[in-house]
Design a protein around this ligand. Structure first.
Ligand SMILES: [Ca+2]
Ligand SMILES: [Ca+2]
Length: 110
């Protein structure tokens, strides 16, 4: 869903390969006001297939995800990646309980 959302704008889900990239994207989002402190937006990567091994949409393993604090802490319940102004975390792939989170995604374009 988040992937489709990016594609419809001609982009793809943002890949955060390290902390520097997180900060770069975070600062950009802050500058345009498109980020919130508590609500996560999807970024590329999921460990749906193998718990703890996060793969991008293209199947590339992310080895230096700038997780924050105790993240990832979702075991097999949280299998997608999200970011907000403070952190990068494993999050639920679907936010049934939080409609306002549901449609947010961080996209990149070439
Ligand atoms: Ca997981
Ligand atoms: Ca988590």
């Amino acid at each position: 869903m988040a992937i489709k959302q990016c594609r419809s704008h001609g982009g793809y889900l943002a890949v955060l390969s390290d902390r520097e990239e997180f900060e770069r994207i975070r600062n950009y989002q802050l500058s345009i006001g498109h980020i919130e402190q508590w609500h996560f937006a999807f970024i590329d990567g999921t460990d749906l297939e193998t718990e703890g091994v996060f793969l991008t949409e293209n199947g590339v393993q992310l080895t230096d995800i700038p997780f924050t604090g105790k993240e990832p802490n979702g075991n097999t319940f949280e299998n997608c990646l999200g970011m907000n102004a403070l952190s990068v975390a494993d999050v639920y792939c679907l936010y049934h309980h939080q409609a306002t989170w549901l449609r947010r995604a961080v996209c990149e374009m070439d």
